[in-house]
Write a protein that binds this ligand. Structure first.
Ligand code: FES
Ligand code: FES
Length: 161
């Protein structure tokens, strides 16, 4: 199948790629751009391990054709921080042991980032609702909810990192 030109910005970096039109966004992120922080779990839209921000909105990158995001801005977990400075959520996840195998973690961080950008002081119920589609087989969710709550409570501020 003939490849098509795709232009998009990922983690503030502009890209022009020639891809097969049926490529999924998760495939382009992982296989073409090497951004393997975005995980490919169920591949059916059921686990949210592949979540990314698309113009600030959370989407499952296994459920979107890459060509559909032409001209969009994509943020993956790699774009939430850099190697010298983790985001408040990432620090809080570390401190609260909010991960075990880590497979769900990038999707959790994306969902939590989206939540806190829209609602900086969510209740525990709102936190649970925001990650209700993110499947974690390891943690039981409580440590993840505590980690998000700690950031919402102001414990992890950008200038304290
Ligand atoms: S891999 Fe996309 S929702 Fe599970
Ligand atoms: S830490 Fe293993 S799936 Fe969540």
């Amino acid at each position: 199948m003939e490849k098509k030109l795709l232009r998009l910005t990922v983690n503030a970096e502009y890209h022009e790629l020639y891809i097969k039109p049926k490529k999924l966004l998760v495939e382009v992120l992982r296989d073409e751009l090497g951004l393997t922080g975005t995980k490919r779990g169920c591949n059916t839209g059921a686990c949210c391990a592949c979540s990314v921000l698309l113009n600030g909105m959370t989407v499952k990158s296994c459920s979107v054709l890459a060509m559909q995001v032409e001209g969009f801005e994509v943020t993956t977990v790699e774009g939430l921080a850099n190697v010298e400075k983790l985001s408040p959520l990432q620090l809080s996840f570390l401190d609260h042991g909010a991960y075990q195998c880590g497979f769900c973690t990038s999707g959790m961080l994306i969902s939590a980032t989206s939540l806190l950008s829209e609602n900086p002081k969510p209740t525990a119920e709102e936190i649970k609702e925001s990650i209700h589609g993110n499947i974690c087989r390891c943690t039981g969710y409580n440590s993840i909810i505590r980690a998000i709550k700690a950031v919402a409570g102001g414990k992890y501020k950008e200038d304290k990192q």
